[in-house]
Design a protein around this ligand. Structure first.
Ligand code: SAM
Length: 137
């Protein structure tokens, strides 16, 4: 996923082009709490340290629904929760949980708007392989 530069740059641009929203906030300039449940958290912690941000970025390993943060509220929540067809991976519930638990009044969620574009297609090869197959087994 980290090789997906279109996706990752979209997040980078959203932050950089709205830097006035982040300045001094608990989400970027002042302090970042990054929650990740898998062991990639260890690499993230190392990358943060190697780049000299260990004092301002804290990696918290665990499920968002289970971890304890050293603060009660944050100003901004950023999450890359979107899966195939937007909702696959079921991470939206986690973001909503985090929002309800930690987001300060008037705080921001990035992204806060999504569009689902749907079109009908016919894939004849797929249909022949998976469905027409049963016409003559
Ligand atoms: C869609 S991936 C995005 C990964 C990374 N942010 C990136 O941009 O490459 C979602 C990440 O959230 C983690 N994750 C999923 N559910 C979680 C939860 N309930 N609490 C904490 N992390 C979770 C997964 O382990 C995965 O690394």
């Amino acid at each position: 996923m980290l090789k997906d530069t279109v996706r990752t740059r979209s997040y980078m641009n959203a932050i950089l082009q709205n830097s006035f929203l982040f300045k001094g906030k608990t989400a970027g300039a002042k302090h970042v709490y990054a929650i990740e449940c898998s062991s990639i958290a260890e690499q993230a912690r190392q990358i943060v340290a190697d780049n000299g941000y260990a004092d301002s970025v804290t990696i918290v390993q665990g499920k968002a629904e289970e971890v304890t943060l050293p603060v009660d509220k944050v100003d901004i929540i950023i999450s890359e929760w979107m899966g195939y067809f937007l909702l696959y991976e079921s991470m939206l519930d986690t973001v909503i949980y985090a929002r309800d638990k930690w987001l300060a009044p008037g705080g921001l969620v990035f992204p806060d708007t999504c569009r689902l574009l749907v079109t009908a297609i016919e894939d004849g090869d797929y249909r022949r392989d998976k469905i027409d197959f049963w016409d003559n087994v």
